[in-house]
Design a protein. Structure first.
Length: 325
């Protein structure tokens, strides 16, 4: 009876997943908007958790839950995927960059930096991925790409440098920038691996291997504190991990496959705006003129870099998620 119930629940889970994916394909703009808003709130939610939880412990718990969720989704949709030797090597590199280094620097950076700064710096991810793709994958860059990258980095200067006369900056901002860069670098390797392996199994293995690497955290931290977490704290952790990271990734990836790279840039900006709004409203952070100027320059950079005239063919990289936490 129990085995039959499990099979029934598994079938229902698969039907729910198929329904979400089909719905995302039929209404990509609606789901892209909704997903971008959810993903923007995720950074605010993580920041709120860091007020009471050690950054490294939170990173370990989140990645462990994400890994379990994506492993289940991947098994339901693709069965047991067996990478070859070369794919394993690529997966280890992707996991180290995109999960281990990215999550550690993200958690520590958010602990020492404002969410407003972090959201804008992470918003530079698409432009950084474009630049790294050109350097490492020999992808062709056009004039608009160079202009977009230049404007984006000007926007970062507005955000990172607090006082242009002394060029002082926060260690938290540096860590967030490193987090953004390591994630962008992992996306380049994902693009390369996506030629021989579907992006969902790649992501599942990426988080599984990354969470195994993060086992160094329980060795260096007292994990007994997790037993003292309130029920609401666990709800927030589950929401951040399972819903706003794992499921959001699946829906977002399907949406941008429908919309294309150019149109998806609009929703990446919405992601940043949502995080800024949440930081001001929920966390009481101050929105400064430098944040507005930084956002305008980064948004302009993304818009110019991804603008593509109809009827003109260009070689495009494999479509993957361009921003996540």
């Amino acid at each position: 009876m129990k085995e039959q119930t499990f099979k029934l629940n598994l079938a229902n889970t698969k039907k729910v997943g198929e329904f979400l994916l089909v719905s995302a394909m039929k209404s990509p703009y609606f789901f892209a908007t909704l997903t971008a808003i959810f993903m923007g709130h995720n950074m605010v939610l993580i920041k709120s958790l860091l007020f009471t939880i050690d950054p490294l412990i939170l990173a370990f718990l989140r990645m462990f839950l994400v890994a379990i969720t994506l492993a289940i989704i991947c098994y339901i949709g693709f069965g047991l995927v067996r990478p070859n030797k070369q794919q394993w090597i690529s997966l280890l590199v992707i996991s180290f960059l995109g999960v281990f280094l990215h999550q550690i620097t993200l958690a520590l950076g958010l602990a020492y930096s404002q969410t407003t700064n972090s959201a804008l710096i992470m918003g530079l991810n698409p432009l950084t991925s474009t630049l790294l793709g050109a350097l490492m994958l020999k992808e062709v860059l056009f004039r608009r790409h160079y202009i977009g990258i230049f404007l984006g980095f000007i926007g970062i200067c507005f955000i990172v440098f607090r006082d242009f006369s002394s060029f002082s900056f926060s260690i938290g901002d540096i860590l967030i920038f490193i987090s953004m860069a390591t994630q962008a670098l992992s996306f380049v390797y994902i693009r390369r691996l996506a030629n021989s392996m579907h992006v969902i199994p790649i992501t599942a293995y990426m988080y599984i291997l990354g969470s195994i690497m993060l086992l160094v955290v329980p060795v260096t931290r007292d994990m007994g504190v997790v037993l003292t977490f309130a029920g609401f704290t666990w709800i927030k952790i589950m929401l951040s991990s399972v819903v706003l990271t794992a499921f959001a990734f699946i829906l977002w990836n399907n949406c941008i496959q429908q919309l294309g790279v150019g149109a998806s840039s609009i929703f990446l900006n919405l992601n940043t705006v949502t995080a800024l709004f949440g930081a001001v409203v929920y966390l009481g952070e101050e929105l400064l003129l430098q944040h507005i100027l930084g956002f305008l320059f980064i948004s302009a950079g993304i818009g110019i870099a991804t603008h593509h005239k109809k009827g003109k063919k260009e070689k495009r990289p494999s479509t993957i998620i361009e921003q996540s936490v």
